[in-house]
Write a new protein. Sequence first.
Length: 368
Amino acid sequence: MIDTQDILSVLKHVVEPSSGRDIVRLSWIRNLKVSDDTISFMLLLGDPTLPFAGVVKSECEKALRAAYPTVRLSIEQDSPMIGLGDDFKIDGKAVADGPGSGVTNIIAVASGKGGVGKSTVATNLAVTLAAQGYSVGLADVDIYGPSIPTMFGLETAKPRVSPERKIIPLEKYGVKLLSMGFLVDPEKAVIWRGPMVTSAVKQFLSDTQWGDLDFLLLDLPPGTGDIQLTIVQTVPLNGAVIVSTPQRVALADARKGIGMFDQVNVPVLGVVENMAYFSPPELPEKRYYLFGKGGARALAEELDVHFLGEIPLVEAIRTNGDEGTPVVTDPSQESTKVFNKVALDLVAQVELRNAVRDATQKIDILHR
Ligand SMILES: Nc1ncnc2c1ncn2[C@@H]1O[C@H](COP(=O)(O)OP(=O)(O)OP(=O)(O)O)[C@@H](O)[C@H]1O
Ligand SMILES: [Mg+2]
């Protein structure tokens, strides 16, 4: 049987010329199914008026024919139904309306437990994805304990507002950034109640001029309470990344986090094991498993969730985070390679999920 991921690698050669992005990255492939003798999918065009729309189907057929000469192809073509996402718009565009225009993928970075490295992972993944050529935004929706301003060295920065009354995100290391911390004093936020937080988050995401983004990462506050649940229900998420450290107390909360996303039908794209091991700089080949070995990997296996990789405990990850220069801005760091690998795997998981997803599934997400 042909592997779905291999089919996507073939279809990545079909590039939409005006944006220079391939159709897998644009999330135009849906309902991808493979049987012994047939590859079938739906082409969901972001913009049916593009000149490329007329030839994209034959371009797909040509590419697939070359790779799989004997396979039957069944490709349908459609444009997104207008008005699907009336209740959640970013930049005036419903997220569901146009794959490839506006924000293509919204991904939550969550954990369950506090302090396991969500903000660190979200920050370094965002900067890595930007360095890999994707357009990336990062929104810090942790109103009580925002970390993104510190991790990007923007503690005193204030975003501007456009003449259309939209928030203009700040930009650093190629990432468009917005933090509740730029807008609300965390000390004053303590008195905010749950419903206020969630409506502020919704407004904060929709009233921001994000432009066209491949990925918008959300750095969630710790826990699986009402605030987190409402956020993941309100925002049309494509998936979630769960961060956990290997020890049992963290894993129990990671399990709750995965349960929360299951409950609202948001796919868990994978688990990242943070602080997985420590290698002393003078003995780089040695690994000490301070918090236990492979706990998050085992949890992922048990729950049948993808494992995205291990990130070691490294002093530079902490110091660079404190100094506002994410570790991945330094290509000579070993951690940069680690984050590169995790980011590549994450993109593959997102593309795979999008391709096999039912073309109408967004309706459920938006109207539940
Ligand atoms: N792999 C790592 N190596 C070294 N230090 C790390 C690593 N991951 C995170 N840290 C450090 O651990 C601390 C907590 O990380 P971070 O703020 O990212 O956690 P969090 O899960 O976002 O916390 P919260 O639940 O409060 O939002 C930070 O000081 C960060 O620099
Ligand atoms: Mg955090």
